[in-house]
Design a protein around this ligand. Structure first.
Ligand code: HEM
Length: 398
């Protein structure tokens, strides 16, 4: 969709690029008339006050309501519905199970006539969350419908930032209602999934405006887009460091992969910013916020704060702060911090690590000298076509 003559996807990607420009050059003037928070102390204080700084994700609620976008009591009630599954996610899915899931999808990729890495990792993450919810089959998540939903949600976000004619806003809301109806009807064909949704409904007794399918939809987007983004950025970083034998090695020590991934999630954090709105005039860490003031917290900015990171804009596969575990915890928040931190954090970290281990056993990564770029939809992704830089290792291709 074009908004003010610009493609909505370019508007959002441009916003994220500007967060990097600001991190590189603090005097860079952020072109959006919205307050930008990029210091770890203030970000932490804001995350610790979730009732004052509430989530501001109406764009997502045009598709469905759920724990990701909810606030206050509504959030507490909604979170309680799925929390039992999240709390035992890494028990249900140990590292072996996660690596097997990724290995399976990497084999499908290897033998596909039209291999697409992003879809491969989305499908692997979908399988992981389907198992987390105790399902034996994967939840229906057709690539074409997901891609339509992503595009319409990008339009909604761009509209939220820049405004648009009521006609355009209504057009994209109508598209999201159609998409929701398509997911719901697909899911009705799966009796096991319907039982899970019945369980959600039973736990939601008395909760206004509750749709079990809507609740699930938010969890699925939260789980798949981000984990796939982490995998893609990890590969992208490897293409830049492919000459490092330690990074190329399929038997790479898990700790080394861990440090490498910590750094990937620091610089190329899948969620580069979060947005909030202040519900009442407040002073936090000496800074005044007005009632109804909207803010963006730049995770990119927090992750490149020079007071907390040595040479913050340099990618270091074995960054000292991670090796020595000496980094300030509030300066490293790929999963956020405080009560609204990522519900799938533990699973997600293990997932990306196991996914990389599975990938390295099958593929070698070639060096890439193309210029770096990013594409932002629901998470940040590298814009380079990574498929070109993976070559099957000889022992698995014969
Ligand atoms: C590398 C992968 C991931 C990253 C970087 C990530 C990051 C985040 C961040 C930054 C938030 C907070 C957003 C905000 O406050 O505006 C969040 C929330 C959330 N994430 Fe993740 N996430 C990842 C993977 C996952 C996975 C795999 C799942 C599910 C299995 C998941 C489920 C959720 C849920 C349900 C929330 C909302 C929590 C709440 O407030 O109730 N995430 N995630």
């Amino acid at each position: 969709m074009k908004i003010n003559g610009m493609d909505s996807r370019d508007i959002l990607s441009g916003l994220v690029v500007n967060l990097y420009k600001k991190a590189i050059n603090p005097s860079f003037e952020f072109p959006l008339a919205i307050r930008l928070i990029d210091t770890p102390d203030l970000a932490k204080a804001i995350f610790l006050a979730p009732d004052t700084f509430v989530k501001n994700y109406f764009f997502l609620e045009s598709l469905s309501k759920g724990r990701f976008s909810a606030n206050g009591e509504d959030w507490k009630r909604r979170a309680a519905i799925t929390q039992p599954f999240y709390s035992q996610a890494t028990t249900v899915l140990d590292e072996q199970a996660l690596e097997a899931i990724y290995a399976k999808h990497i084999q499908l990729y290897l033998h596909s006539s039209q291999p697409k890495l992003s879809e491969t990792f989305i499908n692997a993450a979908l399988e992981a969350i389907s198992r987390m919810f105790g399902l034996s089959n994967n939840i229906a998540w057709p690539a074409e419908l997901v891609s339509r939903a992503r595009a319409a949600l990008v339009d909604q976000q761009a509209i939220a930032w820049l405004g648009s004619s009521p006609k355009l806003a209504e057009q994209s809301q109508r598209e999201l209602r159609l998409i929701f109806a398509e997911f719901s009807s697909l899911w009705q064909a799966d009796p096991e999934l319907m039982q899970l949704l019945d369980q959600f409904n039973a736990r939601a007794q008395g909760l206004a405006d509750f749709s079990a399918a809507g609740e699930l939809l938010q969890s699925l987007f939260a789980a798949t887009e981000t984990a796939a983004s982490g995998m893609l950025w990890a590969i992208e970083c490897m293409t830049r460091y492919a000459t490092l034998p330690a990074i190329m090695h399929p038997e790479l020590h898990p700790a080394e992969i861990g440090f490498f991934l910590d750094e990937v999630l620091r610089i190329f954090t899948p969620v580069p910013y979060v947005s909030r709105v202040c519900t009442k005039a407040s002073v936090i860490n000496g800074q005044a916020f007005a009632e109804n003031e909207a803010i963006i917290i730049s995770i990119v900015g927090v992750h490149s704060d020079p007071k907390h990171w040595h040479e913050p804009l340099l990618f270091k596969p074995k960054r000292e702060e991670f090796v020595n575990a000496s980094y300030a915890r509030h300066a490293y928040i790929p999963f956020l911090s405080g009560p609204r931190a990522c519900a799938g954090m533990k699973l997600a970290r293990q997932e990306v690590k196991c996914g990389m281990q599975a990938l390295l056993k099958v593929f070698a990564v070639q060096a890439c000298v193309e210029p770096r770029g990013l594409d932002y939809g629901l998470a940040s992704r590298p814009s380079v076509q990574l498929e070109r830089y993976l070559t099957p290792r000889l022992e698995v291709s014969v």
